[in-house]
Ligand binder design. Structure first.
Ligand SMILES: C[S@@+](CC[C@H](N)C(=O)[O-])C[C@H]1O[C@@H](n2cnc3c(N)ncnc32)[C@H](O)[C@@H]1O
Length: 283
């Protein structure tokens, strides 16, 4: 473990994961990420797995007869891995990595109970210090890139473990040029960064340039923000309860994350942040 920030993140996910996957949106699929109401989505479960679906489409559109190797960095409880395994058109071997011991325990349990025939391994590790791993055809991060305290190091590790021609997929929040008054915007962004333990909130352009230094070329850049169902009744209720929470003398690790999510909603609505799906190709 390399930093104090990572210790905090680990504690944040170890403590919150059981709640994340039992209550709220994540209970629909065990994915700890956003619901995206993209084309063809008709219910909560499909919205919660839409990002998995577009990753699957990306992988299935690759022409190869070999067994694929796929690495999920920041794998949560393994929900994306299991989704992909169900829909892939060819054989694949998976590795999932998370900094959270609790998440890895959940993932291993789901694997044993429901997918015992699947070639996959879940490892508790820091994605800045990857263990000995084989080369992969696909590496993806869903809502995990922004948690990196050192994206340059993360990209360097990814580059080393991606096959030539392999793809890196990142789905996450990126800064836009910004709207509104500066002070107000800064306050909202700071509340998001603090509540969700964000390590690096970058513009896509910055990531594109940094990735190029590691031989990774941006090939697709899709804005998923229009497909987020923002400011729902659930969000309004959370916003209301936050008023009461702020009056309390004690802080809760779960409610701090709700506070971060509330600020993120406002950042997305005001166009300070976009939710993007990016695909990079290794030359
Ligand atoms: C918002 S959750 C997303 C989980 C999963 N990708 C999904 O979509 O369900 C962020 C994930 O990133 C992981 N993570 C954050 N920082 C990490 C690090 N330094 N090393 C490994 N995993 C990390 C967390 O443990 C968690 O699994």
């Amino acid at each position: 473990m390399t930093s104090k920030a990572n210790e905090k993140l680990k504690k944040y996910f170890d403590r919150n994961t059981p709640l994340f996957i039992k209550i709220g949106r994540s209970s629909a699929s065990a994915n700890i990420h956003r619901a995206v109401w993209g084309n063809g989505v008709t219910n909560d479960t499909e919205a919660m797995t839409y990002v998995n679906k577009i990753i699957l489409d990306e992988i299935n559109s690759t022409d190869t007869s070999e067994t694929l190797r796929i690495l999920d960095l920041g794998c949560g409880v393994g929900a994306s891995v299991f989704y992909l395994a169900n829909g892939l058109l060819r054989k694949a071997e998976f590795t999932g990595i998370s900094i959270s011991k609790v998440q890895i325990e959940y993932a291993r349990k789901f694997h044993q109970q429901n997918y015992s025939g699947l070639a996959c391994e879940f490892i508790e590790a820091d994605f800045h210090e990857l263990p000995d791993l084989p080369l992969y055809d696909f590496i993806y991060l869903v809502e995990a890139f922004v948690l990196s305290y050192d994206p340059d190091r993360l990209l360097s590790g990814i580059q080393k473990r991606l096959k030539p021609g392999g793809k890196l997929i990142i789905c996450d929040d990126f800064l836009t040029e910004g709207n509104g008054t500066r002070v107000e915007s800064d306050k909202l962004l700071a509340a998001f960064v603090e509540g969700w333990h964000i390590g690096s909130l970058w513009k896509v352009e910055k990531l594109k340039n940094k990735a190029e230094n590691h031989g990774l070329t941006l090939a697709k850049n899709t804005d998923l923000t229009p497909y987020l169902n923002l400011w729902t009744l659930r969000d309004k209720m959370a916003h209301f309860f936050l008023y009461l929470y702020k009056l309390l003398p004690v802080k809760s690790i779960y409610w701090e994350s709700v506070r971060g999510g509330d600020a993120l909603q406002k950042c997305l609505i005001r166009g300070l942040i976009n939710y993007r799906f990016l695909v990079f190709t290794k030359s």
